[in-house]
Design a protein around this ligand. Structure first.
Ligand SMILES: NC(=O)c1ccc[n+]([C@@H]2O[C@H](COP(=O)([O-])OP(=O)(O)OC[C@H]3O[C@@H](n4cnc5c(N)ncnc54)[C@H](O)[C@@H]3O)[C@@H](O)[C@H]2O)c1
Length: 349
C-alpha cells in the first residue's frame, strides 16, 4: 500500500479550491502546501492545516512535494510549470496550457527533456460519458464521420463582467469557454486542418466576443460547425446539458454536440445512438435509437485519480502539454480567422 501522495497547490482561487475539495476525498493523496501571493490564501492554507508560501519556488525548495496542481492565472501557467519540471515535480496544470504557442513548445520540450509529466486540466475528457462517446466513435460504428455540430449557447449573468478583465480581448468566451468544446471536438472527432470564423460583440459591446460561428474541416474529411454565445437565453451548452457541475441547472433532454456518420449518429450528452434498422437505408426508412449505458462519475475526481497514476508512473497523461497545445493552436487559428476573414490552419506543435 503506497503512502498518500503529497500534492501542493499553486494558485488557491476558485479552481484551486475546487481541486482541493476533490483531493480531500481521496485516500491515496493529500494536500501538503499552498503557494499563492493573494490576500486570502494564507487563511485558506491555515484552514487546510498545511504550510503557506507566497512564492511557489520557495515552496518547491522547502516542501519538496511529490506533485503539484497549478491553478494560477493563465499567463503564469508555463513559467510555473517550468519551475516545477526543473524541480522534478509532475504537474496537473489548469487549462489553457499557456497563452502563446511558443511558450507551450518550450514546456513540451522541458517535460520531455526532464522526463517529468504534465497533465493539462481539460477535465471533461475524464467524464465517463465522454469516455463512452470516444469508445463508440473509435469503434467505427457511425461509419464515415461526416457532419459535426457543436453548440455553446447560454447566458452569463451581467455580474460576471463586473470583474473588468473579463471584458478584455483574449478573455472572451473563445479562450475561456469554447476552448473546452474545441478540445472535446478534437478528442472525439480528430484533428482540425482548417477553420473559418466570425465573432461579434453586438449584444454586450465589450472589447471581446459575445457570439461566434466557427466552421471546421477535420483531417478525416468531416465538416463541422460550432456556434456559441454567452448572451442568449438558451439551454444548448455542455454546462447546462451534461449536469457535470451542479451550479448550473440541468437540462438533461437537450443536446450540445451532434455527430453524424454514414451509418449512424450520436447526440451528446444523451449518448443516444441513432441508426437505420434495415440494411437498405434512406430517408423513407425509420431511424431507431438507443441510449448507451455509462457509469456517471465526477470528472474532476477522475482527473485527479488519473494524475496520481501518472505521478506513480502507472499511466501516461490523457492530455499532455503537446495535446493541449494543439487545442490552443486551434483556438488561435479561429481567432486569426475571425480577425482576417480568411480560412486558417492551426499551427503544428
Ligand atoms: N477546468 C475548468 O473548467 C476551469 C474552470 C475555471 C478556471 N479554470 C482555470 O483555472 C485557473 C484559475 O482560475 P480561477 O477561476 O481559479 O481564478 P482565480 O482568480 O479565482 O484564482 C487564481 C489564483 O491564483 C493566484 N495567483 C496569482 N498569482 C499567483 C502566483 N504568482 N503564484 C501562485 N498563485 C497566484 C491568485 O491569488 C488567485 O488566488 C485559470 O487558468 C483558469 O483558466 C479552469
Amino acid at each position: 500500500m503506497n503512502s498518500p501522495l503529497q500534492i501542493a497547490l499553486i494558485g488557491a482561487g476558485v479552481m484551486g479550491r475546487q481541486h482541493f475539495q476533490h483531493l480531500s476525498k481521496l485516500p491515496d493523496a493529500q494536500l501538503c502546501a499552498v503557494a499563492d501571493p493573494g490576500p486570502q490564501a494564507a487563511v485558506f492554507a491555515a484552514g487546510c492545516g498545511v504550510p503557506y508560501f507566497d512564492n511557489h519556488r520557495r515552496m518547491l525548495d522547502q516542501v519538496r512535494p511529490q506533485a503539484v496542481i497549478v491553478a494560477n492565472p493563465n499567463n503564469l501557467h508555463v513559467s510555473t510549470a517550468l519551475d516545477c519540471i526543473a524541480a522534478g515535480v509532475p504537474v496537473l496544470l489548469e487549462k489553457p496550457v499557456g497563452v502563446h504557442l511558443d511558450e507551450v513548445r518550450e514546456l513540451v520540450a522541458a517535460s520531455a527533456g526532464y522526463g517529468v509529466p504534465v497533465l493539462v486540466g481539460h477535465h471533461r475528457r475524464h467524464n465517463p460519458l465522454i469516455a463512452s462517446a470516444h469508445e463508440l466513435l473509435a469503434s467505427g460504428v457511425l461509419g464515415q464521420l461526416t457532419s459535426v455540430t457543436g453548440m455553446w449557447q447560454l447566458q452569463k449573468p451581467d455580474s460576471y463582467f463586473d470583474v473588468l478583465w473579463r471584458r478584455d480581448p483574449g478573455a472572451g468566451m473563445l479562450f475561456t469557454n469554447l476552448i473546452h468544446d474545441l478540445d472535446l471536438m478534437r478528442h472525439l472527432c480528430g484533428e482540425v486542418v482548417q477553420v473559418q470564423a466570425i465573432t461579434r460583440n453586438r449584444v454586450r459591446g465589450f472589447a471581446n466576443e459575445d457570439s461566434a460561428a466557427v466552421v471546421l474541416e477535420f483531417e478525416n474529411g468531416a465538416l463541422g460547425s460550432l456556434t456559441g454565445s454567452d448572451a442568449v437565453a438558451a439551454p444548448w451548452s455542455w454546462e447546462l446539458t451534461s449536469g457535470e457541475n451542479p451550479v448550473y441547472p440541468h437540462q438533461p433532454d437537450q443536446p450540445c454536440y451532434l455527430l453524424a456518420g454514414t451509418r449512424g449518429a450520436l447526440s451528446i450528452p444523451q449518448l443516444r445512438h441513432w441508426r437505420y434498422a434495415v440494411a437498405v437505408a434512406g430517408w423513407h426508412q425509420p431511424l431507431i435509437s438507443e441510449q448507451l449505458a455509462y457509469e456517471p462519475a465526477e470528472a474532476l475526481d477522475r482527473q485527479l485519480q488519473h494524475f496520481i497514476r501518472v505521478v506513480r508512473g502507472e499511466a501516461c497523461p490523457l492530455v499532455d502539454a503537446a495535446d493541449a497545445g494543439r487545442t490552443l493552436a486551434l483556438v488561435e487559428a479561429i481567432r486569426q480567422a475571425a480577425e482576417t476573414g480568411r480560412a486558417c490552419t492551426p499551427e503544428t506543435l
